[in-house]
Design a protein around this ligand. Structure first.
Ligand SMILES: *Cc1c(COP(=O)(O)O)cnc(C)c1O
Length: 451
């Protein structure tokens, strides 16, 4: 492609969805009604919604067309055939089990492989992965590489696993590790990629210990693109070739199609082991549905089959990764600190550094997220002490970018809102929690502003 500065969205828009503009007094009222919890907002109270990139993407004309082909037969649906072929062609894995979303794949897999005392290492477990392992009595271990903890390091593959630590864990817990997991990209530390070199090293260690390797592949396409950009050996490869090589090292995959499946719902579990597949399919019937639909409609399977191909188009991936880079560049110009380098799916603002006058128990990241909404109707999510309590490592605000939804002008606007909030940042006050539920408090807690 010719070298222009403007990376235009590689699509034109066929169907539009109106945005509703709110007044500042409407937003103020919405904040009071929800107890300053942005999860409580109605979608039409939000102008730009960067709460999550999960299931919020726009489907293509090809995907909408494929929906009409959906075969809703209870068993033996031809949509399943197309879905399974797409997954097999990509992953090289034999048994393809559809599920309604990623965590259902996790629940079924761990129910069959994890029991009390099992240990499952990961570069960093996603929260649902950890919760499902712990639910079955297992121990979920995070083994991120050392660079992962430094938010300002520009290391290219901060998503990597610590190979030495993995060796030690497999020695120490011999016979108790049902599988090793690698999350690509590493969502929990900011969407940072794993290198092919690291993946090969993990595979070698697994082979030496006779332990299977699974990928949590929710963002496999973004990870593939980062490998092409940052690992010279792969700079001439296509995203499809890189993705196929990634999967070639895996004995199994759990996938949320709400991310790099470019679909609004869905996922899958894919494995090579015949016996494990049979056990998982049996459990699938119990809670998700028959193995040729697994909790999805035939039309959903069609949309995912097309999405898995579109997500690997170089023009799409270039635009996708450039979008978060572009927003992070803008933050840098404004001296607003972010987690470096920007991840594939989101930009994380460092609220702890931006609001040094607030201590952790005043929830600086919650205060910043509320302010972005109050000033500009932008919804983000707190990833700090509200979400993780005492275990929080940093006070971050995540701006997650839905796929193919917003254009450059929307992102420019978000930059302007960040600039405005940053200018008055010392006037931002903290929050106290006035109500919290027992579990996962960030979804429903209520807050009161400090005077
Ligand atoms: C979203 C996600 C999941 C869970 O998938 P759901 O579809 O939300 O259930 C698991 N792992 C990673 C890395 C994810 O990003």
């Amino acid at each position: 492609m010719e070298d222009w500065n403007t990376i235009i969205e590689p699509f034109r828009i066929k169907a539009v969805e109106p945005l509703r503009f709110t007044t500042s007094s409407e937003r103020e009222e919405a904040l009071r009604r929800t107890g300053f919890n942005l999860f409580g907002l109605r979608s039409d109270e939000v102008l730009i919604d960067l709460l999550t990139d999960s299931g919020t993407g726009a489907m293509s004309a090809q995907q909408w067309a494929a929906l009409m082909r959906g075969d809703e037969s209870y068993s033996g649906s031809s949509s399943y055939e197309r879905f399974a072929k797409a997954v097999q062609g990509l992953t090289g894995l034999e048994h393809v089990i559809p599920v309604h979303q990623g965590r259902a794949a996790e629940r079924i897999l761990f129910a069959e492989t994890v029991s009390s005392g099992s240990v499952v290492p990961n570069n960093t477990h996603f929260d649902t992965t950890r919760a499902n392992i712990e639910h079955d009595g297992g121990i979920a271990l995070d083994l991120p590489c050392p660079e992962a903890t430094d938010t300002q390091s520009e290391a290219p593959f901060k998503g990597n696993m610590d190979i030495g630590a993995l060796e030690a864990v497999l020695e120490e817990h011999k016979g108790r590790v049902p599988m090793v997991f690698l999350t690509v990209t590493n969502n929990s530390i900011g969407g940072q990629p794993v290198s092919m070199r690291n993946l090969r090293a993990v595979r070698k260690v697994c082979d030496r210990h006779g332990v299977p390797l699974f990928l949590d592949a929710a963002r496999f396409a973004e990870n593939s693109w980062f490998i092409i950009q940052r690992e010279p050996e792969h700079s001439e490869s296509s995203p499809l070739d890189v993705a196929r090589e990634l999967f070639s090292y895996a004995d199994g995959v759990t996938m949320s199609a709400k991310k790099d499946g470019l679909a609004n719902i869905g996922g899958f579990l894919a494995v090579n082991d015949d016996e494990l597949a049979a056990r998982c399919s049996a459990l699938l019937i119990l809670t998700e549905g028959f193995p040729t639909y697994g909790g999805l409609a035939g039309r959903d399977l069609e949309a995912i089959a097309v999405g898995l191909q579109e997500v690997l188009e170089p023009d799409y991936l270039r635009y996708r990764v450039r979008t978060s880079e572009y927003l992070a560049d803008r933050c840098r110009e404004l001296n607003v600190p972010t987690v470096r380098p920007p991840g594939g799916h989101a930009v994380y603002l460092d609220a702890g550094a931006l609001l040094p006058h607030l201590s952790r128990n005043q929830f600086p990241a919650q205060a910043l997220a509320v302010e972005l909404y109050r000033v500009g109707g932008v919804r983000s999510v707190e990833v700090g002490s509200v979400m993780f309590g005492e275990a929080a490592q940093h006070e971050l605000v995540r701006l997650a970018l839905p796929r193919r939804v917003y254009t450059q002008s929307h992102i420019d606007y978000v930059g302007e809102v960040i600039a405005s909030v940053s200018e008055q940042r010392f006037a931002i006050s903290g929050f106290q929690i006035v109500h919290e539920p027992k579990y996962l408090r960030h979804f429903t807690a209520r807050f009161a502003p400090e005077a």
